[in-house]
Design a protein around this ligand. Structure first.
Ligand SMILES: *Cc1c(COP(=O)(O)O)cnc(C)c1O
Length: 219
């Protein structure tokens, strides 16, 4: 199967999941996760009309995306991996959306760099719904206070919440928790669901899904 065929299959499955959930067609944005793949692997997806992409490392993305963005207008790039504060300026420069605001230090660094660079990527707060010690993210119980800090003290507008459920658990309850936290806190968007569970995430209200291996193949 080619990248184009797999991309189409994912889009068809997303459309079906939207219908089954009683949601409008096109309600969910596909973020095609291209981490570890080279520009020549990514180009066929761009040729097929895909415009929204996700990368999990700033440095890796800097190697391939400035060139790809120059080739085609309308590319939207999402950072979906952990961000170090010494990379905040680079992230603000390159990414259109940063989905992994996960601690106060990063929120402060982003606020400073956004001011300096005069560029405001859209921001999501990552929530560690499974309270996994090895995983980044704000604890569910701390989400309201963290959003208040971002909004009121740092002047950051937070567009969405993002989560990565524990690999060995049923993701449904995690997606439901993220949706509840968003609605309680007046956050509009939900980034949840990956290759294995994006249809479930759409049923629970995802507004974007981050799909890598189902499109580009295994890493
Ligand atoms: C790699 C990654 C994905 C995509 O995972 P697949 O299982 O390949 O679809 C989604 N979200 C994050 C945060 C990732 O790091």
């Amino acid at each position: 199967m080619t990248v184009q065929m797999r991309l189409q299959a994912v889009k068809d499955a997303m459309a079906k999941a939207e219908r089954e959930a009683g949601r409008p067609a096109g309600a969910v944005t596909l973020v095609a996760v291209s981490k570890t793949f080279e520009a020549e692997d990514i180009r066929p997806a761009i040729e097929a009309g895909q415009r929204v992409f996700g990368e999990n490392r700033v440095q890796e993305a800097q190697g391939k995306w400035p060139g790809l963005k120059a080739e085609r207008a309308g590319i939207e790039l999402h950072l979906i991996g952990p961000l170090q504060s010494n990379k905040a300026a680079d992230a603000v420069s390159l990414f259109d959306v940063i989905e992994t605001v996960d601690r106060e230090k990063i929120a402060r660094a982003l606020a400073v760099e956004m001011e300096k660079l005069g560029k405001r990527p859209r921001l999501y707060v990552q929530v560690n719904t499974g309270l996994e010690p090895q995983k980044a993210g704000i604890a569910p119980d701390d989400t309201a206070a963290f959003l208040t800090l971002c909004r009121d003290e740092l002047g950051l507008s937070i567009e969405g919440l993002m989560c990565i459920p524990p690999a060995d658990e049923n993701p449904g309850p995690h997606f439901a928790l993220l949706a509840m936290l968003a609605s309680e806190n007046g956050v509009e968007k939900l980034s949840m669901g990956m290759s294995g569970d994006y249809e479930t995430a759409i049923a629970f209200g995802a507004t974007s899904v981050r799909v890598g291996s189902a499109i580009f193949g295994s890493r």
